[in-house]
Design a protein around this ligand. Sequence first.
Ligand SMILES: Nc1ncnc2c1ncn2[C@@H]1O[C@H](COP(=O)(O)OP(=O)(O)OP(=O)(O)O)[C@@H](O)[C@H]1O
Length: 362
Amino acid sequence: MNDSQPVLEMINVVKDYGHFTAIKRLNLSVGKGEFFSIIGPSGCGKTTILKMIAGFEYPTGGEIRISGVNASGQPPYQRNVNTVFQNYALFPHMTVLQNVAYPLKIKQVPKAEMAKRVMDSLDMVSMREYADRRPDQLSGGQKQRVALARALISSPDILLLDEPLSALDFHLRQDMQKILKHLQREVGITFIYITHDQGEALSLSDRIAVMKRGRLHQVGTPAEIYNHPKTKFVAGFIGKTNLLPGRMIQDHLFQCENGETFRVEAPNDPNAACLSIRPEKIRFAPEDDTYTNKIEGAFVLEETYYGSETEVLLKLKGELPFLLRITEQDKHRRIAPGTFVDLYFRTEDAAVVQNTGETDEQ
Ligand SMILES: Nc1ncnc2c1ncn2[C@@H]1O[C@H](COP(=O)(O)OP(=O)(O)OP(=O)(O)O)[C@@H](O)[C@H]1O
């Protein structure tokens, strides 16, 4: 396989469970060494995708190619793919060392080579000193590090990670995120990572796929997904946003239902349904001449203080709710509930998003 060839290609993949279609014509391509996350609400099909890549489920239609080879009908053991599960799945009666060595033992790797590779793997996750312990003598984070070492030791083409950190508490989870990211860079293996946590996906991933009800809504870098969401669902699912319903009336001009018009980068598009504007992009005064959009006379409803930032809830013309976020630097601009203010935002910070048919309104 050459380096420009995708490690994973999913081509028109469909998965039906009886009459229920869990995955709808999915097309995805993941490159060598990418940290690729799949996110979406519960039941959107994340685990089903992972199971099909691993070979625990077969697609009803379409094709899955791994390192250029059609793997659609291959059983799991014929695919060079490993999985790390949320519940670690370590062998309880084996030591850390035996757990990590297990995949090499199955492959009958010579003893001396095996010993070296096991120690290297344990070093990679800083677990060498725990080599003789059994899993029940380890913390959750330590168990997950052993599971990672075991999954990586046979150098898979793809490592699948199914919510691997969700059983860990907040601080441990943050530590493990750093370890994971560092490890992935070091080994250069393609990670396909499932998470409910959008913050985790944004900070870890090279690219993210956002799913809803078996349908892929968008694939892009974290910045693309955050700053240029394509659908109402993606805009609302990743971080907070303001969604102003309306339509495009000409190239680069969006008219909201309340009559206000705003300049946008997007060309005219009959499918445009809302303008998405992130709360932190709003200013009380233009910072420079790129702040081409003005909302006049927004009514301040309430302020909520969160320490490093304050959220302000306002009402626009036509009773449209509108949220903005000010940081410490803007504190002197604190504004009083019950007053009217003008707001400004840049053309490039107004993303035009589409409705998404039947899946959109829930
Ligand atoms: N074996 C099965 N038989 C029938 N329906 C299934 C089966 N496995 C999954 N489903 C359904 O397919 C859909 C996708 O399930 P999947 O487990 O892939 O979702 P998910 O995005 O991983 O959800 P979660 O985040 O809750 O784990 C769900 O509606 C689920 O009920």
